[in-house]
Ligand binder design. Sequence first.
Ligand code: DGL
Length: 266
Amino acid sequence: MSATRSDFRQPVGIFDSGLGGLTVLSALRARLPRENFVYFADTRFLPYGHRSEAFIQTRSRKIALALVARGAKAVLIACNTATSAAAEVVRETVRVPVVALEPAVKPAAALTKTGVVGVLATVRTLSSGRFQRLVRDHAGAIRVIAQPCPGLADAIEAEGAMSARVNALLDEYIPPLVAAGADVVVLGCTHYPWVRAAIAARLPKDAHIVDTGEAVACQVEHRLRSESHLGGQGHLTLATSGNAHSVRETIIGLSGLSLPVESWRI
Ligand code: DGL
């Protein structure tokens, strides 16, 4: 059931545990304004960060199939946690191109002057074999400090990017990186760009923050172009497994984007 040349107007399907992937979607829409996108937030099961690999694989498989059933010509896993647990499973499940993302350790290693890089991500991402391999293969002599951030993704959605809860968590998670001399911090979870300014405010002025939005947008474009699948009318469909009304309100609060949100029972 792989996409054919005639269906280039079909959407690119994107998913995340929640609304973190919207930070990737915004880089994609800036790069590919004519593409159609369908974005699914698995809000009912947010956060993925502490869930078992098997659970995330089951959800990812179901979501990828649902996106393809609704016409997705490609699937983007806009979630580091789902990538670490389920990228292979998704690739085995659907026959359209699958693009996944992972923490930007390689560019961070090229950027650091102190030789210390901090990575903020979920417990699941940082404990994965995939992350260990990424560090082994691309960090070389660089010291990588992996900082798990339990509670941060869900606090951003439940209480807002500037909430007291988010600030308290950042006060816990960022200082150890600064104390260790990290001059580059990798946002290894797609939710964290929502609090980029609050993270920057806790780092030395000359520190760099690296995320994956741009690089992934570039990869999706390359993939669609190489398969002659580029094109569309710039439509965006939003959907969730959670409460569509409250997800819509959260999206407005985070991004200002005011669009209907569909409820999918998957
Ligand atoms: N946005 C997800 C990521 O990139 C994870 C958030 C969560 O569900 O724990 O890892």
